[in-house]
Write a protein that binds this ligand. Structure first.
Ligand SMILES: [Zn+2]
Length: 718
């Protein structure tokens, strides 16, 4: 049984050049529920004792005597909270998940109490920073600002109420997440014939039971292929209905409570709304700026999205000549689009079912590791360190022979597990104290097949790269002297830039061709298939980004205005309708499973805003003519990833680009039209029997974006 971690040593200042080696430590992943609680209680009690001692001690406040030990206490509490949250999200045992949730809430309670601790605030303000470096001053100022924003300058009665509200918000948010994880739905099909159109490996993993019935769940490895490939429209319709009602109705009242409590919290602090509070310390600073961003996106995307919808409808008419509209289970506003796939096959010669045969998980992962080695000199070695489930892969990561941190890959769905895709902090790194550790919690791999050869959907490979972008950011930035210079303290609306940027490598034929291999046939993916895939990338992209704008609008409007007397469902529908090309069907309640409404709250706009930045961050790679340009990669790692939050995000971007970033790259990319590479439609599969139709002429494009188109989907909580 692991022992409780010893107190973290206080590191000597790193400015002297030498600091003790940071360690991985011993994490609570093989503890029982009771042991987990005991360890956390003891850790938090010790942290409180140390904090009280620090604040209570007399004498002058110095960096080495106050700021540094305070930073270490907060890092220990962050550790307890992160690991509790992770266990809550992933553990197979429900009782241990509950213990993880309680531990996370207890750590949050400590943190809220600290932020509202007027004595600690006064002590921190008294620290003499005049002779300190910019990084130290920036970290200390951020901590002070966080305390001010939490209400530390309010009177005692207000602070007590804020503390209560914080605790209620945490509990409510966790209940919302728990319902999403626990309330997966499923569909029982009468016969395997209803799965006509699905690829062979999918059918092999979904064999009928003794009565001939097949169960399909709303988990991603089940859901995504059905929505893309099932020829039976009624099967897609029924599964999308279940998917769109996950955690409904249970979460509607929970969401209502969350929104109300957050509103009260923001009002007590003097803000007009929770959105105003949540956005204030981000790059965009004000809800009005977010609305301008979304309006600008919508103005750009409405016409291209309508053109794609018209294209899908025209394709549908070949099956149903009388059709006048697309149903939600036919286009890709709510999931992968069926007619989108048909057009890819018939006009672009890309059958994603064929591509899937070249994407066994083991090859994809190894290709990703090799790419990280080439770009950033990062190596991964499998570790026997304990994890929370046998399906989890643990890797020790090094760079230039020096330990960089540890990562956990948990990619298989389980009952009760977090069911989206995200990168979780396990431990934030601190120079000379502890190495960063992160976990990718995703749901790519069908548990009924051996992981190494389980085929991934191409969109899942893109998501895998996305999450890896977060992972690289956490690993490279986790070597700062101060917790408040770490990646997690960056302006949050920048946080999806490194992840969305890294998706580009999954869309690069040169990169994909290195690892896309079908081990059953011993065949490497044909390069021409990848080139055709690239040519088809922009198909449906305007629709996907309009969808992102609509989701961002839901997140913004739920947290704007007084929720008293307002119905969350109606507010969400109205916010969706503002940007989506069609209203949300009344029988869908997707807001009940919109997990970002807890952590991202009003800030789902982070995805489009970060994408604007990410497209511009790619410019130096495009200018070099290759995504594996070593100079651009080194600069990107050095100027964007490694600094964490040493400076404001805008300054990091300016240092890397040598100028201010702008919308140009994003706008030309997002509104580009898809056109077969040869300019002519392609038919490759015998099953694609219909006559090809000519794609509409390409719009004029800016040259660079035309060469580098890609499609996108958000994934991940971070
Ligand atoms: Zn992300």
């Amino acid at each position: 049984m692991p022992r409780q971690a010893p107190p973290a040593p206080v590191a000597p200042t790193s400015r002297s050049g030498r600091s003790p080696a940071a360690t991985l430590g011993d994490l609570p992943f093989d503890l029982s529920a009771a042991e987990l609680r005991r360890r956390a209680e003891a850790g938090l009690a010790r942290a409180q004792h140390d904090l009280d001692g620090l604040v209570g001690q007399g004498g002058s406040r110095t960096v080495s005597g106050f700021l540094e030990p305070l930073d270490r206490v907060l890092a220990r509490v962050r550790d307890i909270g992160s690991q509790g949250s992770l266990i809550f999200a992933v553990h197979a045992d429900p009782a241990t998940r509950t213990a993880g949730r309680e531990v996370s809430e207890a750590a949050d309670r400590f943190y809220h109490g600290f932020r509202l601790n007027a004595d600690a605030y006064a002590a921190l303000r008294a620290v003499d920073l005049s002779n300190e470096d910019d990084l130290t001053r920036f970290a200390a100022e951020k901590l002070l600002r966080e305390m001010r924003r939490s209400g530390v300058e309010k009177d005692a009665a207000t602070r007590r109420r804020l503390l209560e509200l914080n605790q209620q918000i945490d509990v409510t948010a966790n209940r919302f997440s728990e319902n999403i994880a626990n309330q997966e739905r499923s569909l029982v099909l009468d016969s395997v014939d209803e799965l006509a159109g699905l690829p062979p490996d999918y059918l092999a993993a979904h064999r009928p039971d003794a009565a001939g019935k097949v169960q399909i769940t709303t988990k991603y490895p089940d859901f995504l292929p059905v929505m893309a490939y099932a020829d039976r429209g009624d099967v897609r319709r029924r599964l999308l209905y279940e998917f769109s009602n996950r955690a409904y109705p249970a979460n509607m009242a929970v969401l209502d409570e969350l929104v109300r409590r957050r509103h009260e919290f923001a009002r007590l602090l003097g803000y007009p709304s929770f959105a105003a509070y949540a956005i204030e310390d981000k790059m965009l600073e004000r809800p009005e700026a977010v609305r301008q961003l979304l309006d600008r996106l919508a103005a750009l995307l409405r016409d291209p999205a309508r053109a794609d919808l018209a294209r899908f409808l025209a394709r549908k008419r070949k099956d149903e000549p009388q059709a006048t509209r697309l149903e939600p289970w036919e286009a890709q506003l709510y999931g992968p689009g069926y007619y989108d796939q048909k057009i890819r096959i018939e006009e672009f010669g890309v059958d994603l079912r064929e591509l899937r045969t070249y994407l066994p998980y083991g090859k994809v992962r190894d290709g990703l590791f090799a790419l990280c080695q080439e770009l950033f000199g990062i190596g991964f070695v499998r570790s026997a360190a304990p994890a929370w489930h046998p399906a989890v892969e643990v890797y020790d990561v090094s760079r230039g022979g020096k330990p960089l941190g540890r990562v956990y890959l948990d990619l298989t769905p389980r009952d009760g597990k977090f069911n989206h895709a995200a990168c979780f902090a396990v431990r934030e790194g601190l120079a000379g104290v502890q190495l960063p550790q992160s976990a990718l919690i995703c749901n790519f791999l069908d548990p009924s097949s051996p992981a190494e050869t389980t085929r991934m959907e191409y969109s899942e490979v893109v998501t895998f790269f996305h999450e890896f972008g977060h992972l690289l950011h956490a690993l490279l930035s986790g070597h700062q002297r101060w917790l408040y210079n770490s990646q997690s303290n960056l302006e949050w609306d920048f946080i999806e830039a490194p992840s969305q940027l890294f998706e580009e490598w999954a869309r690069d034929p040169a990169t994909l061709s290195r690892f896309a291999v079908d081990p059953d046939r011993g065949r490497r993916v044909p390069r021409e298939l990848l080139e055709r895939l690239k040519a088809s990338e922009a198909l449906g992209r305007p629709l996907r980004w309009l969808r992102q704008a609509a989701l961002a609008s839901i997140s913004l409007e739920l947290y704007t205005g007084d929720p008293q007397g307002r119905d969350v469902s109606e507010t969400a529908r109205a916010a969706w309708a503002r940007y989506a090309p069609e209203p949300m069907p009344p029988e869908y309640h997707m807001v009940a499973a919109f997990g970002h409404l807890t952590g991202y709250s009003a800030c789902y706009y982070t995805y489009p805003w970060s994408a604007v930045i990410a497209r511009d961050l790619l410019s130096p790679f495009f200018a070099a003519g290759t995504l594996t340009d070593p100079k651009s990669a080194a600069r990107y790692a050095g100027e964007i990833l490694s600094p964490g939050s040493e400076r404001h995000a805008r300054e990091l971007i300016r240092a890397y680009l040598g100028r201010e970033f702008n919308y140009e790259a994003f706008e030309s990319w997002v509104a580009a039209r898809a056109q077969p590479a040869s300019g002519r439609p392609v038919i490759r599969r015998a099953s694609a029997a219909r006559r090809p139709r000519r794609a509409p002429p390409a719009r004029p494009r800016r040259p660079r974006a035309a060469a580098r188109r890609r499609s996108d989907r958000h994934a991940g909580r971070r």
